[in-house]
Design a protein around this ligand. Structure first.
Ligand code: ADP
Ligand code: ZN
Length: 723
């Protein structure tokens, strides 16, 4: 008798396929298997057939045999439900979602052991002085033959001889040696009354072991991390796993250090910088349930935790939780769904929660815990706006006199300052003074950005780089290229002119590209080896530097230009977060916001510290426009190297749009980034009322169309980028 199994194989172009289960092989939903596909062998996961329809119904007699079962725990049911939900919600192939769960091929090669040796206590029938010496010195030691020989001061042959006699025996050792267990009682902080109340609620939620999303809404420096650490401690006591999601890989190192201070050992870190062996070890420990606490960027979300008891999304408002390639998912939202399927609490921690999250609280779907004040003696910083029209910087400069004075004063007090400008490189635009030639990326609708430190022009969209030319490629005049506008490198030059003795650090993804680099920066800041930091959004998040007291925002208007629906909200969040780096300890902080429109409501809200009024107005505007979270959007992006082909398909998609009540389709129009990586792009925007299953509509609509392989159609549900 043969049985068949439905399998999602790791090929996103194909739907689920059926296979025959050979006699003696046991599979159940979730089992990870190796399946044949043409001449190849692919990894796949057995699925419930009734939950995953196959479009290739094949008769029993034509089925191919599964090849093997992978030596790894099966994908648990809650994760299977999450894969289905994510694929359906974001209109992605299930295989593409599942691939994120099976994120280490090495881990799927099964348990790997090496053979080590140790003494058994038996006395060899023929004892020699060398054997005696070997056994005496080896004692309790265990290791490779070579290692034991070295330790005992005898040759390998002597050790091997002892193995033959049975005085020394082989032991198989897992190369995936276990992670140390965090100790929930290692260093328990004394919490303030507010903190203790919030912690108690979170601990209770962990004990209840039911789905419970909670917004932990606390001002910067209020101790949100300390508070959710108590929930993690409780999960550890229960022997259940915790997943902590952070927005940036650059933040993991400081987190690991803090975690270790609290729990005596670092958590398991999951990020793109891991070596293959580290990934493998982490994956297997996560899948076996041994890894009690895992911290990572959004890719840690789909790992096969055996026994999840708590999910924390820190800095939950961060837009970097939105994945913009492949499966276009939002890790914050998927984390909440994972909590639902796993039946565990989900903590969203933020000082500046997203309007979407606030709305869930308002509807009573999420609980809210507030930490209204900074911990201990620390006060929130003072915030002033500097009107760039009334108090402009000197010609060719970007730092206004009032901010210069504030930094002078900080330097006199021996304190640190931070200048924030969300623009990498030296200048956003380079042009020729003589002929006006501008340097544009050959692959994208974007200017090339000058990076003076590495003497390159770079495109921030596709990564194209070229050397800065000696003369203008258009008019061939020499020395006529001028930089327009500031980037962080240019601000760093200005800082060097103003404060020649100050030790500077430029913090961007160009300088901090790994957790190790981030750790180095943190150590230099904490050690007082840096006086002035110039940074992009990378420095707005999470960091805690007690001696940093002055923060200057070079261009607060920068984020407001794009005109997308979250521009004001994002500006508010970003500036609040960067302001939140100032005065986090006993020394008071001062923040200066340089702007051309000090009367704009977002600047007023920042200066007055009136987040509630700002959010109320923003929320009302969204409600009126039926924008998220009240209505919903989905973007359809059509791209091709062939401009006409992309244009044609975009129009055809529009023509075939179904008439659905409560749905409106805008476009197609050339995308603001009309060309990206050599592909021409057209966008359609679907606007739908909340209750409409817009994914279902789009699935039917696009499913009925075909387009040539050179055209790509990507759907972005709940888009964050409108470029
Ligand atoms: P947030 O995440 O809300 O910005 P943090 O958790 O980073 O705040 O806390 C800010 C600083 O205050 C950190 O250095 C933290 O260690 C310290 N802190 C907060 N709460 C306590 C506490 N109860 N005991 C000791 N230190 C605390
Ligand atoms: Zn480019």
């Amino acid at each position: 008798m043969s049985s068949r199994a439905r399998v999602i194989i790791m090929n996103s172009a194909l739907g689920p396929l059926d296979y025959r289960v050979p006699e003696g092989m046991i599979v159940a939903p979730g089992t990870i298997v190796i399946a044949p596909l043409g001449p190849r062998q692919l990894i796949g996961v057995v699925w419930e057939a009734d939950r995953m329809p196959s479009d290739a119904e094949v008769g029993d007699n034509r089925l191919r045999n599964l090849i093997a079962v992978v030596d790894a725990p099966p994908i648990p049911a809650p994760l299977r439900r999450l894969v289905e939900w994510t694929a359906t919600y974001y209109l992605a192939p299930p295989a593409a979602v599942l691939r994120m769960a099976l994120a280490s091929t090495s881990a799927l090669e099964g348990a790997r052991t090496i053979t080590e040796y140790r003494a058994t206590g038996a006395v060899p029938p023929r004892m020699t002085p060398q054997r005696q010496q070997a056994l005496d010195r080896i004692g309790e030691r265990q290791g490779l033959i070579r290692e034991l020989g070295l330790a005992a001061g005898v040759s390998d042959a002597v050790v091997r001889g002892l193995v033959k006699t049975g005085a020394i025996e082989p032991v198989d050792v897992d190369i995936d040696n276990p992670f140390a267990r965090p100790d929930p009682n290692h260093h328990v902080p004394a919490l303030s009354a507010d903190q203790a109340a919030a912690a108690a609620a979170l601990v209770a939620a962990v004990d209840t072991a039911a789905f419970a999303p909670t917004l932990l809404d606390g001002v910067t420096g209020s101790g949100k991390t300390e508070v959710y650490f108590e929930a993690i401690a409780e999960a550890i006591r229960q022997g259940r796993q915790t997943l902590v999601l952070l927005p940036e890989i650059a933040l993991t190192q400081p987190f690991l250090t803090r975690f270790e201070a609290r729990f005596g050992t670092a958590p398991v870190a999951w990020h793109s910088d891991l070596r293959q062996s580290q990934r493998r070890r982490a994956w297997r420990a996560i899948a076996s349930g041994d890894a009690l606490v895992t911290v990572g960027a959004r890719s840690a979300l789909f790992l096969p935790y055996a026994n999840l008891g708590l999910i924390v999304v820190d800095e939950a408002h961060e837009t970097s939780f939105k994945q913009e390639e492949g499966v276009h998912y939002h890790a914050r939202d998927v984390a909440v769904m994972r909590g639902l399927f796993e039946a565990c609490p989900v903590i969203l921690a933020s000082a500046t929660p997203a309007i979407e999250t606030r709305q869930q609280v308002a509807l009573g779907r999420y609980a809210e815990l507030k930490l209204p004040g900074r911990y201990g003696a620390a006060q929130l910083p003072t915030i002033e706006a500097i009107d760039l029209i009334a108090e402009p910087p000197d010609r060719g400069r970007w730092i206004a006199p009032r901010l210069v004075k504030a930094i002078d004063a900080a330097r006199e007090r021996g304190e640190q300052a931070l200048l924030f400008l969300n623009r990498r490189g030296y200048a956003p635009l380079t042009l020729c003074r003589t002929c006006g030639h501008r340097f544009q990326c050959p692959n994208c609708t974007a200017w090339m950005v000058e990076h003076r430190l590495v003497r390159r022009l770079a495109c921030h969209h596709c990564g194209h780089v070229e050397p800065v030319p000696e003369k203008c490629p258009e008019c061939a005049n020499e020395d006529t290229l001028v930089a327009c506008g500031p980037g962080v490198e240019r601000i760093a030059d200005e800082v060097a002119l103003l404060w020649p003795d100050a030790r500077r650090a430029v913090v961007t993804s160009d300088t901090i590209w790994s957790p190790a680099k981030a750790a180095e920066f943190v150590a230099r800041m904490e050690g007082g080896d840096i006086d002035i930091v110039i940074g992009t959004q990378l420095v707005t998040k999470g960091y805690h530097f007690p001696n940093l007291t002055v923060v200057g925002v070079i261009d607060a208007d920068l984020g407001l230009g794009g005109g997308d629906l979250r521009a004001a909200e994002r500006t508010f969040q970003q500036i609040s977060q960067v302001a939140g780096r100032a005065g986090r300890s006993i020394k008071p902080g001062h923040v200066y916001i340089q702007t051309h429109s000090p009367q704009a409501s977002v600047m007023q809200a920042l200066v007055k510290g009136d987040a509630d009024a700002f959010y109320a107005a923003e929320t009302e505007a969204r409600r009126e426009a039926d924008a998220p979270p009240f209505g919903r959007y989905a973007a359809i992006v059509v791209s091709s190297e062939d401009k006409n082909a992309a244009d044609d398909i975009a129009r055809e998609i529009k023509r075939s749009a179904p008439e659905v009540e409560g749905m409106y389709v805008y476009g197609p129009a050339p995308a603001p980034l009309a060309m990206l990586r050599g592909r021409h792009r057209y966008r359609l925007l679907v606007h739908a009322r909340r209750a409409l299953d817009v994914q279902e509509v789009i699935r039917g609509w696009l499913g009925a169309l075909t387009w040539p392989p050179k055209v790509r159609v990507a759907v972005d549900v709940d888009p964050y980028s409108f470029l």
